[in-house]
Design a protein around this ligand. Structure first.
Ligand code: XBP
Ligand code: MG
Length: 231
């Protein structure tokens, strides 16, 4: 039985990565660092999931010893508060079809979950700003950020979401925007529906069950998948 829909956040629920990129650059600027990530830089940097991991990868690619991991963790706390303040001011909108698919799920008695590399404060801020309610009221299960030892493309965060849902992968469908996310959900045993985002439009998703420009494209597939397993 299809029991749950599991959503990635960044790039899937909302086109968030330009705002993340701005928050990273604001943090570098406020700390008088020479770092500055262009859109082209960031497209490559997004191969590394996780903001702390991304900054560490950038430091290492420059062959630098500083900033230390501890300082990067502090920078990430600052970046997160810069990001969440901007989200609270209404800088994000939901992607087309997100509310429709979530409403379809609720109307068919399905549970809704989140499996994301971003951290929980960012999920909470997006939920309040875009759904007008706390994340724990919008989603039945939330698996985010540092709750798992290995970030996407490792399957850990989707496996945690399935564990918290108390179901097997055959009873859920995952929604993603990136190859890292697709690989994570696939390795967790899930069927994956992909809506490429601004920063992943160049990627290929041959293993996806379906690829569509927005989530409205999945409504027929979801209906047949739900009916096929007895609804
Ligand atoms: C996308 C990510 C995150 C965000 C930045 O997560 O990889 O790292 O880019 O958020 P997903 P943080 O697509 O899995 O939602 O700085 O909080 O990591
Ligand atoms: Mg994503």
């Amino acid at each position: 039985m299809l029991d749950a829909l599991i959503f990635d956040v960044d790039g899937t629920l909302s086109e968030t990565e330009e705002l993340h990129r701005w928050a990273f650059n604001e943090t570098f600027r406020q700390r008088s660092m020479s770092w500055g990530w262009s859109q082209d830089d960031y497209r490559l940097l997004l191969k590394t999931t996780g903001g702390k991991e991304r900054m560490r990868a950038h430091r290492d690619a420059l062959g630098l010893k500083e900033p230390s991991d501890d300082l990067i963790a502090d920078m990430h706390r600052q970046k997160t508060s810069t990001y969440t303040e901007a989200v609270a001011k209404g800088r994000l909108t939901l992607r087309r079809g997100v509310k429709d698919v979530m409403a379809w799920g609720r109307a068919h008695g399905l549970r809704l979950a989140v499996a994301t590399t971003t951290n929980r404060p960012n999920v909470d801020a997006l939920s309040l700003a875009c759904f007008g309610a706390p994340a724990e009221e919008v989603f039945d299960v939330i698996a985010a950020g540092d709750e798992v030892p290995r970030k996407k493309p490792a399957p850990d965060v989707f496996l945690l979401a399935l564990e918290r849902l108390g179901i097997g992968a055959d009873a859920a469908v995952a929604f993603e925007d990136s190859r890292n996310g697709l690989r994570s959900a696939l390795d967790a045993g899930l069927d994956v529906l992909v809506t490429p985002s601004v920063y992943t439009s160049h990627e290929e998703f041959p293993e996806a069950r379906m690829v569509a420009p927005d989530m409205l494209g999945f409504m027929d597939w979801l209906t047949s998948r739900h009916l096929a397993v007895g609804g």
